[in-house]
Design a protein around this ligand. Structure first.
Ligand SMILES: Nc1ncnc2c1ncn2[C@@H]1O[C@H](COP(=O)(O)OP(=O)(O)OP(=O)(O)O)[C@@H](O)[C@H]1O
Ligand SMILES: CC(=O)N[C@H]1[C@@H]2OC[C@@H](O2)[C@@H](O)[C@@H]1O[C@H](C)C(=O)O
Length: 366
């Protein structure tokens, strides 16, 4: 068994999730503590600027202007997250075999074999004095894969311990939504499904001056615009079979106009639920159980809409099974780091479209 710390900074740009996990790269032996280090307003501003600048990046290792500045901020925030987490939980660095460091995606264009995660693995390893596995998506994209999603192998490890009849679908509703379809030991299919919370968050900031729709309370007071959703679902992405992936801003132009705030929030929430449901006819069988992770699992209106659309399948938030809603991706990158160390596959033809199962990740030693 190995002890790994995973670090994830997701598309919501809210902060760094951190989690400890014990695993041999196949089974999960134990979940450790979890933590969170929010970005400051200044850091969030830098990340937003870096995302806007990144559309012009020619190469994945280029760090011009504000992107370099944002990278230094990301590395420092992660070093602080590890220092606070280990101090708080009295973990000595000798007890940690590896740290899995995802970094912050600023651009994702797999068709151009380009996916860019900022965060300096070597600098982080030096700062925390523990080996760091980073750059998880690079090898996959270089081999012609989508480079995302990467959490499915971890979902599979968790699902195997449930001992349920399949098929099971785990859906992660972060900034972007992605699903993992598991049926028995042999079938693992994954893809991004469309927007998660990012459109709703951007709408809430613009219209209500709030970072997100807490528990889905605003959406609960509104009426989804069915025509708007039907039109949005005409986007060719939704008809594509898995594997497929998205950049955070691929749907950024899908903003409801001329709608009351509650109706706009209800429409965007229903759009996310409809886009997730749209994947069902593209899967081999209709999933019997849906498990919802990511911040979207805390949005009760979203959960209600998913239940309505996916019935008679069951829809449960991940924490109802003892899994972490918030730290699942951080745990996953700890798990993936151990798999990377052992040369085990991180992605498969049916999860990212790589021609063969691929290991990945780069190791930086202090
Ligand atoms: N209590 C809550 N009620 C409603 N929504 C919530 C709540 N808590 C979090 N969220 C939503 O979840 C989002 C954060 O989700 P999460 O941390 O899973 O995203 P991420 O990891 O950054 O994204 P990704 O998985 O796309 O990389 C918030 O921006 C917000 O929209
Ligand atoms: C390129 C990139 O960073 N993609 C993220 C993003 O956020 C959610 C979705 O889009 C997913 O594909 C992926 O993250 C998770 C952690 C994954 O790789 O499984």
């Amino acid at each position: 068994m190995m002890t790994a710390i995973g670090l994830m900074s997701g598309t919501s740009l809210d902060g760094v999730d951190i989690a400890l996990i014990e695993t041999d790269g196949n089974q999960v032996a134990a979940f450790g503590p979890t933590g969170y280090r929010p970005y400051t307003e200044h850091e969030r501003g830098l990340l937003r600027e870096a995302l806007a600048e990144a559309v012009n990046l020619p190469r994945r290792d280029a760090r011009p202007g504000v992107i370099g500045e944002a990278e230094r901020a990301v590395t420092l925030a992660h070093a602080e997250a590890v220092a606070a987490f280990t101090a708080q939980n009295r973990i000595v660095r000798e007890a940690i075999d590896i740290v899995g460091f995802h970094g912050q995606t600023v651009l994702h264009r797999p068709a151009q074999r380009l996916t860019v995660q900022i965060g300096d693995g070597t600098a982080l390893a030096k700062a925390i004095r523990v080996p760091v596995m980073h750059d998880f998506r690079a090898a996959d994209v270089a081999a012609g894969g989508q480079g995302a999603p990467f959490v499915p192998v971890y979902h599979r490890a968790l699902a195997q311990s449930l001992g349920r009849e399949g098929p099971i679908c785990v859906v992660n509703i972060g900034g972007v939504s992605n699903i993992t379809y598991i049926d028995g030991a042999d079938t693992l299919i994954a893809c991004d499904t469309g927007p998660g919370n990012a459109l709703l968050d951007d709408f809430m900031v613009r219209v209500m001056g709030q970072p997100f729709d807490r528990e889905g309370r605003l959406a609960a007071q509104g009426r989804p615009d069915a025509d708007w959703i039907a039109h949005a679902l005409q986007h060719p992405f939704f008809a594509l079979p898995p594997p497929k992936s998205l950049d955070r801003n691929d749907f950024a132009s899908f903003a409801p106009h001329d709608m009351a705030p509650a109706d706009g929030a209800a429409t965007l929430t229903a759009f996310t639920a409809a886009a997730i449901t749209r994947i069902v006819p593209l899967l081999p069988k209709s999933p019997a159980n849906w498990i919802v992770a990511g911040g979207g699992a805390r949005n009760l209106t979203m959960l209600g809409m998913l239940r309505e659309r996916l019935a008679p399948a069951t829809v449960e938030p991940a924490d109802a099974l003892g899994w972490s809603v918030d730290a699942m991706e951080a745990q996953a990158f700890g798990y993936l780091a151990v798999r990377g160390l052992k040369g085990l596959p991180l992605s498969y033809p049916a999860t990212t479209g790589v021609p063969m199962p691929m290991t990945g990740g780069m190791i930086a030693r202090p």
